[in-house]
Design a protein around this ligand. Structure first.
Ligand code: GLN
Length: 288
């Protein structure tokens, strides 16, 4: 029998990885080590705990080591595992799409408070498709359309709709450009909103791995709001709503764009961290 002290059991591997990833600046090193090991071994968390004393085979160790090496370079855990949960649903993520953030669930919740059951909905900048798929799942009677200019992102969104059993309309193109003549009851968007100069200050996971095209909102971060908000009335039905996600401190400027573009009932909603995360407004209903 081999000397147990020289055997890489699951527990020993986890403890070692925890220290290694923490040293590389990963915050929840122990938990992330567990997720990576689960993925490498095809186990769930309970399975992992039940097998703490089991030694890893050479093959398992090699698979796991490669994953740990990627994480140590600060590649996001979700790109290594390949999925992220959002709104209770599972989404495939690749480096072609922004990883869904739980803060964005506020946008979905606020949209659901306002959308009629049979709403026609447009999501501008689908990315992974998390917003559109979550809305389509919650509103089976709605018609959800998503526009996305990146073909690889569009492919990821298509896969995520299929994976979650909803059918969306997918349109390739930039903002409203491929949608001339169309009208919707609700338009939602989580556009890029990080000021260009701030990109370099972001965590390495975001800065070095997530698609810059999904983050960069121009010099002051507001470039996409200046296109989406004044443009939206031309694509909304009377009484329709526009809701956008915003970055920290952008509520005032974005709210002003809504007011200047003819929206009424302009509101903001905060995320669980107390940060203003969503701005929305409604078009007047028109003449009776
Ligand atoms: N919330 C993302 C971040 O802080 C940015 C998303 C966006 O630009 N729409 O990394």
């Amino acid at each position: 029998m081999s000397d147990p002290n020289n055997t890489w059991t699951l527990l020993k591997v986890l403890n070692w990885t925890k220290g290694y990833l923490a040293e590389k600046g990963v915050e929840n090193a122990r938990l992330e080590a567990e997720w990576l090991l689960c993925e490498a071994l095809g186990l769930d968390r309970v399975g992992l705990y039940l097998n703490f004393d089991k030694p890893l085979t050479e093959g398992e160790l090699a698979t796991y080591r490669a994953m740990v090496a990627r994480r140590a370079k600060r590649e996001p855990l979700q790109y290594i595992l390949g999925t992220q949960e959002f709104g209770g649903l599972e989404f495939v993520v690749t480096p072609d799409v922004l990883i869904p953030r739980h803060d964005t669930e506020v946008l979905v919740a606020e949209a659901l408070r306002r959308a009629p059951a049979d709403a026609s909905i447009l999501d501008i900048g689908l990315g992974s498709g998390c917003i559109a798929v979550a809305l389509a799942t919650a509103l089976p009677g709605a018609a959800v359309c998503g526009v996305e200019q990146s073909p690889p992102a569009l492919a990821v969104a298509r896969g995520n709709a299929e994976r979650n059993g909803v059918s969306l309309e997918f349109v390739e193109g930039s903002l409203f450009e491929p949608l001339h003549g169309r009208r919707f009851d609700l338009i939602v968007s989580n556009p890029p909103y990080i000021p260009t100069g701030d990109l370099a200050t972001l965590e390495p996971e975001v800065r070095d791995y997530e698609p810059p095209g999904a983050l960069d909102g121009g010099a002051d971060g507001l470039a996409f709001y200046r296109l989406i908000i004044p443009g939206a009335p031309g694509y909304l039905n009377p009484g329709g709503w526009l809701l956008v996600e915003i970055g920290i401190g952008q509520g005032g400027a974005v709210g002003e764009l809504f007011a200047r573009s003819g929206f009424t009932g302009v509101f903001t909603a905060t995320d669980p961290g107390g940060i203003e995360r969503v701005v929305g407004g409604q078009l007047p209903s028109g003449q009776p």
